[in-house]
Ligand binder design. Structure first.
Ligand code: PSV
Ligand code: MN
Length: 381
């Protein structure tokens, strides 16, 4: 159990270190990175404190630099790697009616060119994962043909797949609404799964925990995708209402446990095939310690999942003993795993309390003093 927790890998998103907000207001914070290099410094802090966050995902063009080899080397100096590359085909005026599903072939070609640029960036950054999310969709019934848009999507995905280098894969993320309100082109796991099956081995589904209707049983989706070899990874975050992008484990730690239980049960924790990534926006809280907290929350859920007595559970399930089966799960969930995780951190040469250690380090004060002037990074809501 200790070995599994020590070797867990949780990827943090570069964009979570920049300013973010809602469509009503983006609140600027002191010390926010001005470029991709400074975002990497913050991500490296999260790894330095937790020991289990050794890579950072990039979003292009938010993290565009002249020399990706230099960015990769800088990350390496700070002890982390560059992770998934996330193309952005949702923030230009041309994409008003969609990107790869747009009725205009010229816009589709532009979007595809950006996706292929990101495939090239993967070679320079050493990234193995291309993480695709499309904001494409419709606001009004009749606005465009739903099946024609599916065909356009499939055509673009095939073109991307055919350009992926060896050992590289593409993940397709779904989201049921926003920014489109009537029909999203990849709204659910079924649509993503259907495309990934057609695309073959190099394509898998990405589950962002914030992208479901309230009450959706996400662990069911996880279990099903795992059983079909099509679960590529997660964007963990918490939601109360919509795609809130709050700290993972903040809203519903029990849901996070139920998801990690399915992963552990399927033996998929050690299998590097399922990428544990975070996708969050820290609008009002300080970003680096919020990210550390999120990593710890995922770690706690995983530790509890590893505590489930698998033999007792499967015996109770075989015997149809509903109450015992449920009690086995709840026993694990209700165990306080914090002392165990503190011990593991001590074994790893880390401070047992990563958030306190971060505050004591003075890093937050230092970046607030040093990162003055220039344009703070943000996703421009
Ligand atoms: C879309 O809501 C999303 O979850 C996708 O993963 C994007 O890349 C990310 O958020 C951007 O914030
Ligand atoms: Mn996401």
């Amino acid at each position: 159990m200790k070995a599994a927790l020590k070797s867990q890998r949780i990827e943090t998103p570069s964009w979570a270190y920049g300013n973010s907000g809602t469509r009503f207001k983006v609140f600027a914070q002191e010390g926010v990175p001005r470029d991709a290099f400074e975002k990497i410094e913050d991500a490296a802090q999260v790894h330095a404190r937790t020991g289990v966050a050794p890579s950072v995902a990039l979003h292009i063009p938010w993290d565009r630099v002249d020399d990706y080899a230099e960015l990769r080397a800088y990350a390496g100096e700070l002890g982390i790697e560059l992770g998934a590359i996330n193309p952005n085909v949702f923030q230009e005026d041309d994409y008003r009616l969609g990107s790869v599903c747009n009725p205009d072939p010229a816009v589709r070609a532009k979007a595809l060119a950006h996706l292929l640029e990101c495939v090239e960036i993967m070679e320079e950054t050493g990234s193995r994962t291309l993480s695709l999310w499309f904001a494409d969709g419709l606001n009004y019934p009749g606005q465009d043909s739903i099946p024609a848009r599916q065909d356009r999507l499939a055509e673009a995905l095939v073109a991307v797949r055919d350009r992926l280098g060896p050992g590289r894969r593409m993940l397709l993320e779904y989201k049921f609404f926003e920014p489109a309100f009537y029909a999203t082109d990849v709204p659910d796991w079924g649509t993503a799964y259907a495309h990934c099956v057609e695309l073959g081995d190099g394509a898998q589904v990405l589950v962002d925990t914030g992208h479901h209707a309230p009450g959706t049983n996400i662990e069911f989706i996880v279990a099903l995708l795992l059983s079909r070899g099509k679960l590529g990874g997660f964007h963990f975050n918490s939601r109360f209402y919509a795609d809130d992008d709050l700290m993972a484990g903040a809203a519903d730690p029990f849901q996070l446990f139920r998801i990690t239980h399915e992963i552990v049960r399927a033996g998929a924790l050690e299998d590097a095939g399922v990428a544990f990534m975070l996708d969050q926006c820290h609008n009002i809280e300080p970003k680096v310690p919020a990210m550390i907290r999120s990593v710890l929350n995922v770690q706690e859920a995983t530790a509890k999942a590893l505590l489930v007595d698998a033999d007792a559970l499967s015996r109770a399930q075989r015997e149809g003993d509903v109450l015992t089966a449920n009690a086995v799960l709840m026993d694990a969930y209700n165990t306080d795993v914090r002392p165990l995780l503190a011990e593991i951190r001590a074994d790893m040469g880390l401070d047992p309390d990563p958030v306190a250690a971060y505050h004591r380090s003075g890093y937050g004060k230092r970046i607030a003093a040093e990162r003055v002037g220039g344009a703070q990074a943000g996703w421009g809501a």
